[in-house]
Design a protein around this ligand. Structure first.
Ligand SMILES: NC(=O)c1ccc[n+]([C@@H]2O[C@H](COP(=O)([O-])OP(=O)(O)OC[C@H]3O[C@@H](n4cnc5c(N)ncnc54)[C@H](OP(=O)(O)O)[C@@H]3O)[C@@H](O)[C@H]2O)c1
Length: 251
């Protein structure tokens, strides 16, 4: 599949009000996107972004767990060419906790059903606009179960499989479908968690747009992620065991 450069394109980012999503929206502007639909559950939290370039930033309310809002966003953004499904959350639930099913459902709603809904609503729009790209922000934690966020890992693993499936069905309409696999990144999501050197949201944003431009299907977006991908290729069971060893420190 051909790469999709950002310059001159219309981009939509979910969860654009903070963290990686905000960095993605800013990077899209820097790279010359003609318009950025910055979406968030609370549009008031997009004020800083719109202030950067009120001509090119369009703020939209979008909770990806809300089908009505997903439909409304699709109706409002009929010119979009690059969709970045970034919105996501983790509950920190542990697998043997009583509330694990409820918390896991919350993660699946945002991290799996969210991008699934977005695919249904936006695939026809991408098709009408020439193909473009759909990009799902997943995680290295979706490739191996991480013991400090096991249900989050499950939701990202489901997102990984969803991404492969969307890639297959959207290939015939010339849409590039990318999975992004960051390692630990310094955002609110990892605040207070000791995870060694965390990557920056800006580093992820740079890798994402380079990856889309180069037509990369799997984007390992930061130093940790690149090392993780190499380890996974060389010794998948070894990586599983070394990540599982962290369980001693979380229980
Ligand atoms: N930080 C990391 O180490 C890391 C590593 C790998 C992957 N990721 C992934 O990267 C993405 C961004 O995470 P982040 O690190 O930037 O986390 P963050 O700072 O906690 O930001 C999460 C963003 O997602 C939004 N969001 C959550 N649920 C939503 C929903 N139902 N509908 C719409 N927006 C929703 C949040 O909106 P509100 O402000 O309204 O809550 C916020 O904008 C997530 O998919 C995350 O899983 C993060």
């Amino acid at each position: 599949m051909n790469g999709v450069p950002t310059k001159g394109k219309v981009v939509l980012v979910t969860g654009a009000n903070r963290g990686i999503g905000k960095a993605l929206a800013i990077k899209a502007l820097e790279l010359g996107a003609s318009k950025v639909y910055a979406t968030a559950r609370d549009v008031l939290k997009l004020a800083e972004l719109t202030a950067i370039d009120s001509d090119r930033v369009v703020a939209l309310e979008l909770d990806v767990t809300n089908q009505r809002q997903v439909n409304a966003a699709a109706a409002a953004a009929g010119d979009v060419e690059i969709i970045i499904n970034n919105a996501g959350m983790g509950t920190g639930a542990l697998l043997l906790a009583e509330n694990v099913v409820e918390n896991s459902k919350l993660e699946m709603e945002a991290n799996f059903f969210g991008p699934m809904r977005m695919g249904v609503a936006f695939a026809p729009i991408l098709k009408a606009n020439g193909g473009g790209a759909m990009v799902n922000i997943l995680s290295v934690a979706g490739l191996i179960n991480f013991p400090f966020a096991p249900t989050y890992s499950c939701s990202k693993a489901a997102g990984h499989s969803l991404t492969q499936g969307q890639r297959t069905v959207m290939a015939e309409q010339n849409t590039l479908v990318c999975g992004v696999y960051p390692g630990p990144i310094d955002t609110d999501m990892t605040a207070g968690m000791a995870m060694g050197d965390k990557g920056s949201p800006e580093e992820v944003a740079t890798s994402v747009f380079e990856g889309i431009a180069n037509g990369e299907e799997d984007i390992f977006s930061d130093t940790f992620a690149i090392g993780f991908a190499k380890g996974l290729k060389a010794d998948p069971k070894g990586i599983e065991k070394s990540i599982a060893a962290q369980f001693q420190t979380v229980r």
